[in-house]
Structures are given as structure tokens and as C-alpha cells.
Design a protein around this ligand. Sequence first.
Ligand code: HEM
Length: 383
Amino acid sequence: MTNKEIALTINQAVQTADVETAAALVAENYIQHTPVIPDGRKGFKMFLTKIKNNEIPAPKLKTVRVIEDGNFVALHHEAHWPNRKAMFEIFRFEDGLAAEHWSAMMDHPENTASGNRMFDGATEIMDLDKTDTNKEIIKTLMNEVFMKGNFDKSLILGFYHPEVIQHNPFIDNTVDGLIDRVSQLQEQGIKIQIEHLHCLLAQGNFVLAFSEGKFGNDGVKPTAFFDLFRLENGRIMEHWGIVQEVPDTMTHDNGMFRLPLYKRLGGYDGIAAYIDHAFPQVAAHPDLQHLFLGHSMATKMRQRQLIIDKLSSSLKGPTIYLGKPLKEIHQGLNITLPQWESFMAIINKAMDERGIKGETKKDFIDHFESYRSVTVEAELESV
Ligand code: HEM
């Protein structure tokens, strides 16, 4: 089966509560981001069993669009669960099994601003040679317009066809319809802000953006945004959008977007393996070794344990740090800024050597940087 066929078969099996078929197509450590479905193959089976036992209603899904990009498959559905909804979901595949899953859905209102439904419109995938160009256009749109909150008409007309067809239920057709909706929201004090573009998938004339941001007025809640664009000659001709508030509680701790850093690092064991790789290099570095002179093996082992516990607990792992506050520990060691920089160079290189890369590397580096003020002597006073 192709990844697309697997995604569609899983969908079919969910609707018919075929527990075994669905479970056989997902990895044992299937990472689940849908708030109501528990994590892993085991959690998925539990969820499907509840559908089978009529404890949860079975969804009825009509898949209207499928986009394949690398090892990702995205589906756009008309859903009845139990009322009419629009739904997007994304599967990531590894070794012929679904390894990770994200989704969001939104009620379909009785009437829409444009008169269009949230799922109808063009479905045919074409312009396969324009996949990368179209993806780049939407990436720029997300950065320049939605992240910066710049809804200037001349800027928007650089991306959208003036007669764009809208399927977001609250926005009318045309660029003027979009701009009117944004000013309407602003007048009502409603904030719409995309903060992080998590995933951009494209196939030919279709590009799907999955992002995280804020939407609403008082106490603006974290929100998931799915935006599907159809482009013609480099311009957006059609748009489908759904918005779902991130619930306060979920049946797992994976979040709706990406795993917490602790999990991405491989949990406690991953952090311990990283420290075992990096710590000896720190203690042996010419700029830093004098600080560790005369430490017995037992002292080094205690330090190693405390460093791992500190990192794990700060990254919200199930670990308790029983050491002293870091400011107290480092005070008087007279660690200078150049020494901190030597330390960070080791931290950085050790991540490359351990295969920690991309956003995970960036986030882990940022986490280390957050300790600078409790390590560097000249900065300790400010804490
Ligand atoms: C330039 C960077 C750093 C240097 C040179 C450094 C140096 C040291 C030294 C010399 C000790 C032993 C102190 C003693 O035995 O009295 C120590 C302990 C420790 N450091 Fe750092 N450190 C650095 C950064 C960090 C960072 C980023 C963390 C964050 C997790 C950290 C966490 C700890 C912990 C948990 C201990 C163990 C304390 C104990 O034995 O009670 N250090 N550090």
C-alpha cells in the first residue's frame, strides 16, 4: 500500500470501528496530537474500541482532498461527528506505518459569508512542477502577512488573486472580503496572530499550512490553524481554512503541534546519553578544565547525575532535581563570558555528534542559554 492508501484505509477503519485493521497500520509508538485520542498504538486501539462499543459516536468522513508531500499525507474531510464539520488531518509515515498524526476540526455553520461550503470547490491536483514555488509563496505569505499581522491591501494583492474564492465560513469572496473581515475583527478587539508555522505541505497547485497562534478577544487562547490554498499562476485562487482552539486538557502530553522538547530529546535516557557525551568534553576543555581539577570519580558522577536531573526536571520530565540552586553552585567559580562561549561551542558540537538537529537542536540550545545568567559570574547579580 502507498502512504496515501494507508491513510485512507485508517480512516475507513476508524469509521467502521475496525480496531485490528487500523491498529496494524500505525506504529507501536504512534505519536498522537489529536487531543481526544490517547497516545501510541495502544491508545488508538482503546479509542477505536470505545467507538466499537458505542461509547463514542463513529465519525462519518467524506474525504474531499488528499495531498502527498514526502512522507506526509494530508486529508481534507467533510465530517459528520455528530454534526457537520470540516476537518483536516496529517499523517507522517515511517517504514510503511503511520508514525505521527495531527488533526483539527470546526463546526460547519448553517450559513457562510461567501455562500460556499467549507469543503466544496476545486479538487484536481495539477502543476506538479510548481510544487516548490507554490510552497515558497505560501511560506512568504505566512511570514509576511499572518505572522507580522500586516494586512495591507497592496501586500495581500501580491499573494491573492483579487477574486479569490473563500471557504472559510466567516470570510467573503475576493481580497476586499478578506480585508473587510480582518478590519471587522480588529474593530471588535479580536486578535488573530499566527506565531509558529509548524508544517507546510504541498503538491502541485495545493499548499497546506498548519500553524499555531492566537485567536479571540479577552484571554486569547492558543489556537490551531489549518489553511489550504490553491494557486494559479503564482496567485492564491481558492482558500479553505479551519480554526480550532487548543483544549486545556488532552488525553496525552504531546500537544497539538509537536512533542515537548523533553520527548523529542528521547526523554531521560536521551538527555543522559547527551550529557555523557558532552560533559567529559566540558571538563577536559583547556579554558574550563581548571574548574574540575581534583574532582574524584564519585564527585564527577554526582555532578553528572545532578546535571541530568536538572535538565530533565526543567524540561518537565518526571524527574526531581534535589541539588542546590544553580546560582549558588556557580557563584565564586568566576566563570567568564568567553568561558561560557567555549562551553556553548562544546554543547553545540555535541548535539551535532549525537544527531540532535533542526528545531530540536535550536530549542535545546535556547534552553542551555537560559542558564547563562545563573552561571556567568558577571551576570549572577542580575538574577
Ligand atoms: C560555562 C559553563 C559551566 C561551567 C564552567 C560549570 C562548572 C561547574 C563546576 C566547576 C561545578 C562543580 C562545582 C563544585 O563542585 O562546587 C558545577 C556543578 C554543577 N553545574 Fe555547572 N557549569 C556550567 C554550566 C552549567 C549549566 C548550563 C548547568 C545546567 C544544567 C549546570 C549545572 C550544574 C549542576 C547541576 C552542578 C552540580 C552541583 C553539585 O555538585 O551540587 N552547569 N558546574
